[in-house]
Design a protein around this ligand. Structure first.
Ligand SMILES: Nc1ncnc2c1ncn2[C@@H]1O[C@H](COP(=O)(O)OP(=O)(O)OP(=O)(O)O)[C@@H](O)[C@H]1O
Ligand SMILES: [Mg+2]
Length: 281
């Protein structure tokens, strides 16, 4: 999936992750894939196939029982404490449920300012610099600056997901992991969010690992797809290929799960990224 010439940012090698129990639950079973710098890779699969577990292992919340994760050439599990702290900045996670992830008693601007002061003090040496950076961040997710004065419950679900992305961007990560960031949104809002994300990736060159259960979403947004089933990677490649000619049973089932209207439109567009995104609705 990644040629030898490309710069690999993240390498997941024969990863196994088990949850304790009797018997232990093998949530991820011998999974391998790479994420090139600047690419958007989609992990796609049905509920319980191990997607979130992979994300949690990459950020160090779970330990591999076998295999390893290499970030910028350095294995994650064996990283030193200082490397660990650096990684916490370099890899940011955006959750599915942004309402649960935002402090309900803090205005959006205050939440973002807190992240900046904690992780990126250099970016905001003065009140004016802070103000400018806050405006820049909400601008990157295509929101107007007035959102900064609002509380989480005063904005829509789609806007909250954008703030979740802005908060991750505030840290200036090298890798953004988005775990089902559009799944809770209705189809029209999903499409807007996907277009925004694609523009953001094109403008910033950010690397993203995008987790979804919907193959049409991955086809719209991602440069590469990793299809999982029961903890294993069963297929990987160009998302358009996986969508139009699935080789594995699991990928075929995911294609069939896409609503007919979306599938018909997605198949009509095989062109540039913008057209692919327009195919979502
Ligand atoms: N803390 C845990 N303890 C025990 N088993 C767990 C734990 N977390 C997840 N699992 C199990 O591991 C498997 C993989 O779970 P995971 O959350 O990674 O799947 P997922 O692909 O993200 O699913 P979904 O699409 O529903 O979010 C599932 O069978 C799940 O029940
Ligand atoms: Mg999950």
């Amino acid at each position: 999936m990644v040629s030898a010439m490309q710069d690999v940012l993240l390498r997941v090698e024969n990863l196994c992750v088990e949850y304790p129990g009797r018997p232990p639950k093998k949530a991820v079973d011998d999974a391998s894939f790479t994420v090139a710098r600047g690419a958007c890779v989609g992990i796609v699969g049905g509920s319980g196939c191990g997607k979130t577990t992979i994300a949690r292992t990459i950020i160090g919340l779970e330990r591999p029982s076998a295999g390893r994760i290499v970030f910028e050439g350095e294995p994650i599990a064996s990283a030193s404490r200082s490397a660990d702290l650096r990684r916490r900045r370099d890899i940011q996670l955006v959750f599915q449920d942004s309402l649960g992830a935002l402090n309900p008693r803090m205005r959006i601007g205050a939440t973002l300012a807190e992240v900046l002061r904690h992780h990126r003090r250099d970016d905001v040496p003065t009140a004016a610099a802070l103000d400018a950076r806050l405006r820049e961040l909400v601008g990157q997710v295509e929101l107007a600056p007035d959102v900064l004065a609002k509380y989480p419950h005063e904005i829509s679900g789609g806007q909250r997901q954008r703030i979740g992305v802005a908060r991750a961007l505030a840290v200036r990560p090298k890798l953004l992991i988005a775990d089902e960031p559009v799944s809770a949104l209705d189809v029209a809002v999903q499409a807007q969010m996907l277009k925004m994300l694609r523009r953001l990736l094109d403008a910033t060159g950010l690397t993203m690992l995008f987790i979804a259960h919907d193959l049409a979403v991955v086809r719209c947004l991602c440069d590469a797809a990793v299809v999982m089933h029961a903890g294993r990677v069963v297929e990987q490649g160009d998302p358009r290929e996986v969508f139009s000619r699935p080789r594995s049973e699991a990928a075929r089932a995911l294609v069939q799960a896409v609503p007919d209207v979306v599938r018909a439109m997605a198949e009509r567009f095989a062109g540039p990224q913008a057209a692919r995104l327009d195919a979502r609705v």
